[in-house]
Ligand binder design. Structure first.
Ligand code: NAD
Ligand code: UDP
Length: 346
């Protein structure tokens, strides 16, 4: 098979020498998004060079705007479904490129699926070419609407192949297969993180996920939109805990074979959406009310990670409880909304 022509990306670190602990070159695909932009700040603080590749479909330039003048940061607007290469070495690749909010990933389901599958293929090709270690951001959605709780990695899931969430769920499942087979057949050093619901500063206020919706609604004095009866559960992980976990998984030594198999990352605290709504009302001082809206099709009724593997392999467990993590998240959304109001007022 002839190799597809790759779009060349020149990494221009402006002559800067890497400093600090590792001085690695790290490529973050999807780096302008919520988790990616938090991760990039951590990597730059640690002395790494960072290449951010993002098509800005759900990510925001504001998330990386203040980093543009950083001497060890480089950013390229590019869609990962198009093959690309990078001039110079790359030591680590985080593949976070994919819309994560249901309304966003359902807006263009074919592109979401292509992003998961072709994006994974292109980034795995790059990892092979550069001899880089690569981490895939998979998801608890690979479990679909689970019929066991909590969900261990050995649970094989309950996913609809043709429902409104399939473009994301099945795309992520296929990507896990691509990662694992690329490791098995080509010895590429891979990591697969099954991320459970994560929240915190740098989420897009218009993202459509439950934490951003509830907080934005509460501080705007609007009713909180609870889908269904609100008794469905989710487990929410604060973003600094998730960034810790992603880095620990990425940097865990190759020694144990099981490091190549998927690892659940999330906070096992489990809350109904009604409990979350009440907590947001209490912490914002808003009065509500709550309005019930139809539960979207195939919306999972429960979700809670079994993080035994993450604990045993990495020594990781989350530190920030939901109530604690909501405080800085609410402060962030207040600032975002005030900035938007100032902009609108000219
Ligand atoms: P996000 O939407 O804020 O970030 C995703 C980023 O990827 C955005 O900057 C977007 O512009 C970019 N992107 C999307 N398609 C792309 C493409 N084709 N080419 C290049 N860039 C593209 O979402 P997030 O919450 O930061 O999630 C990051 C990753 O983590 C995603 O892969 C998501 O599936 C996974 N994940 C997140 C959660 C969560 O709760 N936040 C849970 C499970 C998995
Ligand atoms: N949800 C809700 N109100 C909203 C947005 C979402 O009640 O305004 C519910 C949604 O139906 C789901 C849960 O909150 O049961 C988590 O939704 P989210 O989109 O944040 O993530 P995911 O469904 O992918 O876990």
């Amino acid at each position: 098979m002839t190799k597809r022509k790759a779009f060349p990306i020149r990494f221009d670190p402006r002559g800067d020498k890497p400093s600090g602990r590792s001085g690695r070159t790290v490529l973050v695909a999807g780096g302008a998004g919520f988790i990616g932009s938090n991760l990039i700040r951590r990597l730059l603080d640690q002395g790494d060079r960072v290449i951010c590749v993002d098509n800005l479909s759900t990510g925001r330039f504001e998330n990386i705007g203040t980093l543009i003048s950083h001497p060890r940061f480089c950013w390229v607007q590019h869609d990962v479904i198009v093959p690309f290469t990078v001039s110079g070495p790359v030591d680590r690749i985080y593949n976070l490129a994919c819309p994560a909010s249901p309304p966003k990933y359902q807006a263009d389901p074919l592109h979401t699926f292509k992003t998961s599958v072709l994006g994974a293929l292109n980034l795995l090709d790059l990892a092979e070419e550069k001899g880089a270690r690569i981490l895939q951001s998979s998801t608890s959605e690979v479990y679909g609407d689970p019929d066991c709780s909590p969900q261990p990695e050995s649970y094989r899931g309950n996913v609809n192949t043709v429902g409104p969430r399939s473009c994301y769920d099945e795309g992520k499942r296929a990507a896990e297969t691509l990662f694992y087979e690329t490791h098995r057949t080509k010895r590429v050093d891979i990591r697969i993180a099954r991320i459970f619901n994560t929240y915190g500063p740098r989420m897009d206020p218009e993202d459509g996920r439950v934490v951003s919706n509830f907080i934005v609604q509460a501080i705007s004095g609007e009713p909180l939109t609870v889908y269904g009866d609100g008794l469905q559960t989710r487990s929410f992980c604060y973003v600094s805990d998730m960034v810790d976990a992603l880095q620990m998984l990425m940097e865990a030594p190759e020694g144990q074979h099981s490091i190549f198999a998927p690892v659940n990352l999330g906070n096992p605290g489990e809350f109904t959406m009604l409990e979350l709504a009440r907590m947001v009302l209490e912490l914002t001082g808003a009065r509500g009310p709550l309005v019930h809206m139809p539960l979207p099709k195939d919306d999972p009724l429960q979700r809670r990670p079994d993080i035994t593997r993450a604990h045993d392999l990495l020594g990781w467990e989350p530190k920030v409880a939901l109530r604690e993590g909501l405080v800085p998240t609410i402060a962030y959304f207040r600032q975002e909304l005030q900035a938007q109001q100032r902009l609108a007022a000219g």
